[in-house]
Design a protein around this ligand. Structure first.
Ligand code: HEC
Length: 219
C-alpha cells in the first residue's frame, strides 16, 4: 500500500497517515487552501527530486561508460554536490542524506535518522514519502523526504567487496578513508532526498515548476 506520512517537525508529532489519494482531501484540522498548498508543494518537490535524480544518474552512467567505476567516483565526488547546488535556490534546497555516509557532509541529523528508520521499517509498510512543516523566521518551512533505494547499478560502488572492482576500491579508500557506504544489497535503503522550501517565499518557484511540468506533459 502506498502511504505518505505528515508530521509537524516542531514537535515530531505524527499527525496523519494515509494513502496517496488522501492528499487531495483536507482533513478537519487543515483548511482547503492549506491542503491545496500542501498538494502543490508535494508535486513540486517530486519534480525537483526527479530532475535532480535524473541529472545525477545520467552523469553517473556517462562516467561509467567512459572510464568504469574508478573514473565515475571522481565524477560523483565533484558533480553530486554541484548538481545539488544547481537545483537549489534562494528559498529552497534539495540534498541527499544517509545514516551510512561516504561523504560525511551527507550525514543525516538525528531527526532525519528517525525518518530513515521509518522508511526502513518493513514491518509497518514504509510510506511512499514523508512531509513536515516547521516554523521559520519569515513564515514556515516545508520539508519533503523520499527514500533512495539501492539498484543493481549502485553496487559497483556501494555493494559488497565482491561487487566492487579493485581499481574502484583503491580510489574509494584513498578519497573516503571513513567510508561507511559499502556493503549494501539491491533494494536496501541507501538514504533519502530532502527538499526544504520556505513558504510562502518559494511560492513563485513552486508555481513555475508545476506549470512547466504540465506544459511538458501536454507536448
Ligand atoms: C561510480 C561509483 C558510484 C556509483 C555507481 C554510485 N555511487 Fe553513490 N556515491 C559515490 C561517491 C563517490 C559518493 C560521494 C559523493 C560526495 O563526495 O559527495 C556517493 C554518494 C552517494 C550518496 C550520498 C550519501 C553519502 O554516502 O555520501 C547517495 C545517497 C548515493 N551515493 C546513492 C547512490 C545510488 C542510489 C546509486 C545507484 C543509483 C549510486 N549511489 C551509485 C559513488 C557511486
Amino acid at each position: 500500500m502506498r502511504k505518505i506520512l505528515i508530521f509537524a517537525l516542531s514537535f515530531m508529532l505524527l499527525a496523519g497517515c494515509g494513502k496517496k489519494s488522501d492528499r487531495k482531501e483536507p482533513s478537519s484540522t487543515t483548511s482547503t487552501s492549506e491542503a491545496q498548498d500542501q498538494q502543490l508543494l508535494a508535486e513540486a518537490s517530486d519534480i525537483l527530486i526527479q530532475t535532480f535524480s535524473n541529472d545525477l544518474r545520467s552523469e553517473l552512467l556517462a562516467a561509467l561508460n567512459e572510464g568504469g567505476p574508478a573514473n565515475a567516483i571522481t565524477v560523483c565526488e565533484i558533480r553530486a554536490p554541484e548538481i545539488a547546488a544547481a537545483h537549489s535556490g534562494e528559498f529552497w534546497t534539495v540534498r541527499r542524506v544517509t545514516d551510512r555516509s561516504r561523504n560525511p557532509e551527507n550525514a543525516a541529523s538525528d531527526a532525519e535518522k528517525g525518518l530513515l528508520a521509518r522508511f526502513r521499517d518493513t514491518a509497518q509498510s514504509p510510506p511512499e514519502y514523508i512531509i513536515g512543516w516547521a516554523p521559520s523566521e519569515e513564515g514556515k518551512t516545508y520539508r519533503h523526504y523520499r527514500p533512495i533505494r539501492v539498484a543493481q547499478l549502485c553496487l559497483k560502488c556501494h555493494g559488497r567487496p565482491d561487487d566492487i572492482d579493485d581499481a574502484a576500491e583503491a580510489v574509494l579508500a584513498e578519497k573516503y578513508p571513513s567510508d561507511r557506504a559499502i556493503g549494501y544489497a539491491e533494494g536496501d535503503l541507501r538514504g533519502m532526498f530532502v527538499v526544504e522550501l520556505h513558504w510562502p517565499e518559494g511560492k513563485a518557484f513552486v508555481d513555475s515548476l508545476v506549470a512547466a511540468s504540465k506544459e511538458t506533459e501536454i507536448k
